[in-house]
Write a new protein. Sequence first.
Length: 256
Amino acid sequence: MQKKSTKKSLLLAAGLLLCSATSIHAQEITTDADGKNLVKWNVAALALKNYSFQYERAVGKKISVAMGFRYSPTSKAPFLSTIEDLVDDDETWDMIKDFKTGNFAITPEVRFYLGKGVFRGFYVAPYVRYSSYSVEVPLNFSVTFAGQTRSAVIPLDGDVTAFSGGLLFGAQWKLSKLVYLDWWILGANYGSSSGNIVGKRNLNEMEQTVLREKLAGLEDLPIVSPDVTVDSEGVEVDFDGPLAGARAGLSVGFRF
């Protein structure tokens, strides 16, 4: 009788163990079925004429890595009507209204989630960013000779590149099995930038003198170190200096 009882106990234990293993395996399949990847679109960036996307992959229970891509085609600055109300100088407004810029950026980051698991709850994310900006702006100037004033313009264009690092604070929620909402609450970054802006135009001596005086104020800018060249072929501005920025957004993601 004791042997039969022992045998029954072993069979019962084996059955319970098998059921437990099956349950655990089923949970693992469910977890894996949720997917370790998220692709996201930062819909808030559209207000600034930016197309911003991010790919995020889980690498631990509370850790993920992500790569962000941002692109904006060359266009006029957003919120021009609001800027016009704030600018009370006609000359400054003439430059701003025709100012055009575009940008491209790559942002790798590591996320540390503070809640129960990856992809959900508050997180802290150190990141680095490489960004490139295109710039197009008209430089208007006037030359007075023999009592007559003549207006002219030089179209300036060039590129600015920057490297920076920072820290982002955010939160992410699961809206459904596959859909997530990611809020970049606030991120601050700091780094360095350099750029070259050129305007080509044949200039006489008087025009060169006027432009040197007009651009002399650039050399008094704090922090940035511009090098301004004006000659018979046009204008060139080289500069470098520190760069500080902020990061925020609201993204909708799909998990797979």
